[in-house]
Design a protein around this ligand. Structure first.
Ligand SMILES: [Cu+2]
Length: 159
């Protein structure tokens, strides 16, 4: 009994030493080379998806549009507009790719743009000032606030 137990302990130590020696032997030369690229490749892999998309879209040259609910003075006002880069409300647009930035600072309205190939919207609750890329095709699009679609609605003609 004693004999076999001490043999097992000795074996375990030998295995542990062998593993430790093996690990440190291979880790020393490889850890600087392998560790650095793994860390730096993980960061760019995570970065592009969440925040980079909106700003990259705007920087890519797509024509900017702003989807506004409420008014500049009162975010809860019953108004909805699609504005061009100069702030002018638009009712018609040439077909093309646009960077639509939401200006939804209302807790009871949302902004939805819907039409051929496009259906983007903010949440009713909370603010959303993010940017999405939309490609508008010839046809009729609508901007609408879902909870107040009877009054907060307008059509945009794309040609
Ligand atoms: Cu509304």
């Amino acid at each position: 009994m004693r004999h076999s137990r001490s043999t097992a302990v000795a074996l375990a130590c030998a295995v542990a030493l062998a593993l430790a020696g093996c690990a440190s032997g291979s880790a020393e030369p490889e850890s600087p080379d392998v560790g650095a690229p793994a860390a730096s490749s993980a960061a760019p892999g995570l970065d592009p998806s969440p925040p980079a998309t909106p700003s990259d879209v705007a920087a890519a040259g797509a024509t900017p549009l702003t989807g506004v609910v409420g008014t500049d003075d009162d975010p809860e006002a019953y108004a909805i507009e699609l504005r061009d880069a100069s702030g002018t409300p638009v009712e018609s647009l040439p077909a093309g790719t646009y960077a639509l930035t939401f200006a939804d600072r209302s807790s009871m309205h949302n902004f939805r743009l819907r039409g051929p190939g496009v259906d983007v919207a903010t949440d009713v609750a909370g603010s959303d000032e993010s940017t999405v890329e939309v490609t508008l095709e010839p046809g009729t699009y609508e901007i609408v606030c879902d909870p107040h679609s009877g009054t907060m609605r307008a059509e945009i003609q794309v040609g």
